[in-house]
Design a protein around this ligand. Structure first.
Ligand code: GLY
Length: 562
């Protein structure tokens, strides 16, 4: 299947519809069924926010290894007539009975796997509350309408792909450990064959409960009871109070500038927005646009190193710790960091002020939407590891996240590098764990770019490289396709996709003292939608590394749509 579909539409004035369309609509998501669900809702009279509910809920069904109702995420929304975006923080929270040492044994050693597999690894899900909130406050259609495509997909089923098989193989043990998960996602306890159809009738019923009762259909009633009973039986610590007190937060996104573009990205508890702005600020006087080769890559690596060091020391849930946001995203602070970058020598990470690196999950999903009126959404959602904790709540069809692994399991104690830190991201009851998810808008006089990607701690440097390409005028397909590289302070190594560096660049960077690691596999799954403001044209692309679909369509709304 052709994995990248880009198209272009010049504005046509249509006569019908209650709001005059400005241009075509674009949706890029990690699964063709989810992209189709988004367009179905736009065509039924919904706006980008209704479509976001439909795409999120459908991804929860057809991409169960990436996100789900048992997980959480960040939805960056901007209404067409507003100058500012809002971030819906639907991040999971630590259960009220959680405590700082819950994943340690009596000797204080971290027990391997406990924060990754099974019911104890799961934070209280935020996605159901976020979807109900988005539909009610920003959507135009009832939640029941926007959930309909997901309910259908859960009942009719979706096809197993080679990517699904890879993910299921990776998490086979955890899935086998849960009878309900194995029954749904495996075939006789083995990875199902390609094209096998995965049906989820229990999940369809849970979605129907949400369609009828909103968030209460998940956190209360029969579904709520099943969640508490099943987690309790499996060694979890959830209580009814955990579910009833879960609340999304509307947060002000982090903003910054790059040349004449405004960058809007995720606020804490994501570390993404702050780190991205910090890196851009460090490099703003370097003429990066005209720099090429080793000189450019050296500067980018050194900026990554410094931003990730700060991330490890300062960032956590802003409702629990004071995050020095103004300072970290300030130009003066970035200048002081820039002065520490030598022009032709790598700074060993151990020469920077020490901080403990933060452990982090691998999976997640992203989608980008621009509707025909100019409303926009960038959303990154997660259940952390592929298939989350692997634990499914019997009878509810809910696969639980293992987002608790994004907390520091042992803060305040020297880690393997002899470093102390990460107290800002210590576990506490009701606290949100630090994330890297970075849904982002890039807006300048000529174009608006909506982008994001999964990929654990590498999300932030992927989005950085996406922003640089976007502000250099690159096409949507070039932005998602370009080869990537990454440095995260510790381990002190630059990971790179095969084509990210030429042989000459490898040698040049090594001469400067950079340690390089060429990856065998490519990483990330970026989804991009672009509006060309002068031509009122829209383009979109889905990362060729994934199985997603990007489409641009003129929306013909049904005559009786609201
Ligand atoms: N679990 C991945 C993230 O939140 O960044």
């Amino acid at each position: 299947m052709m994995r990248i579909i880009t198209s272009l539409f010049i504005l046509l004035v249509f006569a019908s519809g209650h709001t005059e369309p400005r241009h075509a609509a674009g949706i890029a998501s990690a699964h063709p069924v989810a992209t189709a669900a988004g367009f179905e809702i736009l065509e039924a009279g919904g706006n980008a926010f209704d479509a976001a509910v439909a795409v999120s809920a459908t991804l929860a069904v057809v991409e169960p290894y990436s996100s789900g109702l048992g997980g959480g995420g960040f939805w960056l929304l901007q209404q067409a007539d507003k100058d500012e975006a809002v971030m819906i923080d639907g991040r999971e929270t630590a259960p009220l009975q959680a405590h700082e040492k819950m994943y340690q044994d009596e000797k204080g050693n971290v027990i391997p796997g406990l924060s990754m597999d099974g019911a104890l690894a799961a934070g209280i899900p935020g996605e159901p509350a976020a979807l109900a909130h988005i539909a009610k406050k920003y959507g135009r259609l009832p939640l029941s309408a926007s959930l309909a495509p997901a309910i259908r997909a859960a009942r009719e089923g979706f096809r197993v792909t080679p990517h699904y098989q890879r993910m299921a193989r990776f998490r086979l043990q955890a899935l086998r450990a849960s009878k309900a998960a194995s029954a749904v996602f495996l075939y006789r306890d083995e990875v199902p064959h390609e094209d096998y159809i995965i049906k989820q009738p229990d999940l369809a019923r849970t979605l129907e409960a949400m369609a009828a009762h909103g968030a209460a259909g998940f956190y209360q009633g029969e579904v709520g009871k099943k969640l508490i009973a099943a987690t309790g039986k499996a060694g979890g610590i959830w209580t009814a109070e955990d579910l009833q007190s879960y609340a999304i937060k509307e947060r002000k996104p982090v903003t910054g500038s790059w040349y004449d573009y405004r960058i809007t990205s995720a606020a804490p508890p994501s570390s993404g927005g702050i780190a991205i702005i910090e890196m851009l600020n460090m490099l703003e006087n370097d003429g990066l646009r005209s720099l090429t080769g080793v000189a450019r890559k050296h500067l980018l690596i050194e900026a990554m190193r410094r931003a990730y060091r700060d991330r490890a020391e300062y960032l956590g849930d802003p409702d629990f710790v004071d995050v020095p946001l103004e300072r970290l995203t300030g130009k003066g602070y970035a200048r002081s960091l820039r002065e520490t970058i030598a022009p032709s020598r790598a700074t060993p990470s151990r020469e920077l002020k020490p901080a403990a690196p933060i452990p982090e999950g691998r999976h997640t999903t992203h989608f980008s939407i621009l509707d025909d009126e100019g409303n926009r959404v960038a959303a990154t959602l997660s259940i952390n590891y592929p298939f989350g904790s692997g634990f499914m709540v019997e009878g509810a069809g809910i696969l639980l996240n293992d987002e608790m692994d994004d907390f520091s399991a042992k803060p305040g104690t020297p880690n393997a590098y002899g470093l102390v830190g990460a107290q800002a991201n210590a576990i506490a009851p009701g606290k949100r764990m630090l994330s890297s998810m970075s849904p982002t808008f890039v807006e300048g006089p000529d174009r608006l770019v909506i982008l994001g990607t999964p990929g654990g701690s590498r999300i932030i440097t992927m989005v950085l490289q996406g922003i640089l390409a976007a502000t250099d005028g690159q096409s949507a397909s070039r932005i998602v396709t370009q080869p990537r590289f990454h440095h995260q302070y510790l381990p002190d190594v630059v990971q790179f996709e095969t084509q990210a560096f030429t042989v000459g660049e490898v040698l040049g960077l090594q001469r400067m003292g950079h340690k390089l690691k060429q990856l065998r596999e490519r990483y990330g799954n970026m989804q991009v939608v672009i509006l060309d403001k002068a031509r009122h044209s829209v383009s979109a692309a889905s990362d060729p590394r994934g199985e997603g679909l990007a489409q641009v369509k003129k929306i013909s709304r049904k005559a009786d749509s609201p």
